[in-house]
Write a protein that binds this ligand. Structure first.
Ligand code: TYM
Length: 334
């Protein structure tokens, strides 16, 4: 039976790329009626320095973002990673399965560690192993993510394969990445060659889910574009990364395809397209922002939801972890 798992780091505010590439698709999976487990990966967040008060705030804000976007804590399991001890426990086992050579090929580590990799935390290096543990702790079959997580999901399959092979078992499943739709890679509004990111120093480069209507309109107005009008087919967006990005954003927000969007706006300039995009974004995002604010006024209620989610997650995870320990040869006599 299918079981969906995914996670987001509680660092800074949710941005439009996270929403369209991940959260909105989590909600679509929930609507299919399959089992859905969505995590707030606070253990991953601390692989780079997080102020403790900011971490707590960002964790609650992400929970509020999940719920405000349409995730229902009764239908999906919503929880924060550190409340289920199995994540860290399975990650240790996987640290002993994964090879240093495999980890050295992880491009996200290179990007995040930058030039000064000697000074990166060991946790940042081991990050993909913890991510594999998140997924395999639940024997998850499907993982909706953006394009940037593809390599980590391939590693997850490699770890599952090696564990199964080393111990002569058929225990961990081959998880399918689900990277679909118009928004698998939303780019920066300032630079069509960089992905939109929570950590970009320029706030103008992204739309935050917490931005108000004026801010959203202003950011789209100032978004970088070229002087050409929109083409009449998507092939015409080739070599026009900024234009393509705005079309993708429109398509994802409107639940349609980039093809349909260029057909609608063919021949029109950005002077017409940008205000239409801003209006659409405000219409879709401002109810979410309002609901997030309302939820954030009751942090105890958020914590209660996360605690309940963690109990349900642990009920699935604990037997799988116990079986894994048995396979490895650990004595468990208490
Ligand atoms: P994180 O927190 O960086 O991003 C969360 C999700 O948002 C997607 N995303 C984007 N999608 C489209 N365009 C963008 N510009 C964009 N930016 C981010 C990401 O692909 C991701 O799906 N390692 C993960 C968190 C994680 C995880 C997991 C995910 C930890 N354990 C287990 C799935 C399963 C991460 O850093 O995501």
């Amino acid at each position: 039976t299918p079981r969906v798992f995914s996670g987001i780091q509680p660092t800074n505010h949710l941005q439009l790329g996270n929403y369209l590439g991940a959260v909105k698709r989590f909600v679509e999976m929930q609507a299919k009626g399959v089992e859905t487990i969505y995590c707030i990966v606070d253990l991953h967040a601390i692989t780079t320095w997080q102020d403790p008060a900011d971490l707590r705030h960002a964790t609650r804000e992400l929970a509020a973002g999940y719920i405000a976007s349409g995730l229902d804590p009764k239908r999906s399991i919503l929880f924060n990673q550190s409340q289920v001890p199995g994540h860290a426990q399975l990650a240790w086992i996987f640290n002993c399965v994964v090879r240093v050579g495999w980890m050295n090929r992880m491009t996200q580590f290179k990007d995040k560690a930058g030039k000064n990799a000697e000074n990166a935390s060991l946790g940042l290096y081991a990050y993909p192993s913890l991510m594999a543990a998140d997924i395999l702790l639940y024997h998850a079959t499907h993982v909706p993510v953006g394009e940037d997580q593809k390599q980590h999901l391939e590693l997850t399959r490699d770890i599952a394969t090696k564990f199964n092979h080393d111990f002569g078992v058929d225990f961990f499943p081959m998880t399918e990445p689900v990277i679909e739709g118009a928004a698998t890679r939303i780019m920066s509004l300032r630079d069509g060659s960089k992905k939109m990111s929570k950590s970009d120093p320029s706030d103008q480069s992204r739309i935050n889910l917490t931005d108000d209507a004026d801010m959203i309109a202003q950011k789209f107005r100032k978004a970088r574009t070229d002087p050409e009008p929109l083409p009449d087919c998507v092939e015409g967006l080739k070599d026009r990364p900024e234009a393509k990005n705005l079309v993708n954003i429109y398509a994802a927000l409107a639940d349609t395809t980039p093809d349909a969007v260029v057909t609608e706006f063919a021949g029109r300039g950005f002077g017409a397209f940008k205000p239409a995009l801003a209006d659409l974004a405000v219409a879709k995002l401002s109810p979410i922002a309002d609901e997030m604010k309302r939820l954030m006024a009751e942090p105890d209620e958020i914590d209660r939801i996360l605690g309940n989610g963690a109990e349900r997650a642990d009920a699935i995870a604990a037997p799988i972890l116990a079986k894994c320990y048995d396979i490895v040869g650990m004595i468990r006599s208490r």
